[in-house]
Design a protein around this ligand. Structure first.
Ligand code: PEP
Length: 260
């Protein structure tokens, strides 16, 4: 399977014009993107315009959302539903990003409802899990990640997951937006641990596992050279067009060499 690169633009850029200019930069590169799948997750307010203007249904780039609510419609002021996203052509939804867990108090209970709803709408959740620096230093990384998975996936039957697809991104919180690299071997160990839990506890055998945390053009292939690390969730570097292009190219080149 091709490696998957997901761009999380977070709360950037501040105008549709800039969002369009980022996107058109990548559209020009589209023909060169052969061995990777790319998903761009812009802020909600730009999704519809980008999807229409860049004919996302026929594009090699897919559109993802950075979050969603767990109900499809109703009296939930300010929220955006998975059904609304689906109707706009969105295919992927990031759920449980650590910034939402930290700044917005998103609990595993909330995340589990969102994951279920995303599956029920036929969308693909990108579930983010990962430990804090303090937890890592206490040797708790594996336990924290296991607990998150158990709670976040508790509402979901393996039938539901196998029918659709699940993506899990291991994102150590201390590596997000900090430039502090998680050693690729350490990321690999946690990703194998996640795979074991999904296999044995949830009987999910066809999930895709990604790494996220300060990935840049210089280190992307250090993570993605491992077959177990099937892609990357990229924050900061996805907003720097040249850097993101380099990440895509590096990953694409190394996938080509592997398959040659
Ligand atoms: C992220 O926000 O998911 C992320 C990985 O950010 P960054 O690449 O900036 O660390």
């Amino acid at each position: 399977m091709k490696k998957l690169i997901i761009a999380n633009w977070k709360m950037n850029p501040v105008s549709l014009k800039e969002a369009e200019s980022f996107f058109s930069f990548f559209k020009k590169e589209e023909k060169n993107i052969k061995n990777v799948e790319v998903v761009i997750c812009p802020p909600f307010v730009y999704i519809e315009s980008l999807a229409k203007r860049f004919k996302i249904q026929d594009s090699r780039f897919k559109i993802g959302s950075q979050d969603c609510f767990w109900e499809n419609q109703g009296a939930y002021t300010g929220e955006i539903s998975p059904l609304m996203l689906k109707n706009l052509g969105v295919e992927y939804v990031i759920v449980g990003h650590s910034e939402r867990r930290n700044y917005l108090g998103e609990t595993d209970e909330i995340i589990s409802k969102k994951i279920k709803s995303v599956f029920e709408n036929g969308l693909i959740p990108v579930l983010c899990v990962g430990e804090t620096l303090e937890q890592k230093e206490k040797g708790l990384a594996e336990e924290i990640v296991r607990k998150q998975l158990e709670k976040d996936l508790k509402n979901v039957s393996s039938f539901m997951i196998q029918d659709s697809r699940l993506i899990v991104a291991y994102e150590p919180i201390w590596a997000i937006g900090t430039g502090n690299d998680c050693q690729p071997k350490d990321a690999l160990e946690i990703i194998k641990h996640i795979k074991n839990i999904l296999d044995s506890r949830f009987k999910i055998h066809d999930s895709r596992l990604l790494y996220g945390g300060s990935v840049d053009p210089g280190d992307a292939t250090n993570y993605l050279k491992y077959p177990e690390i099937e892609g990357a969730l990229v924050g900061g570097a996805s907003l720097k067009t040249e850097e993101f292009k380099k990440i895509i190219n590096e990953v694409s080149k190394s996938a080509k060499t592997e398959s040659a």
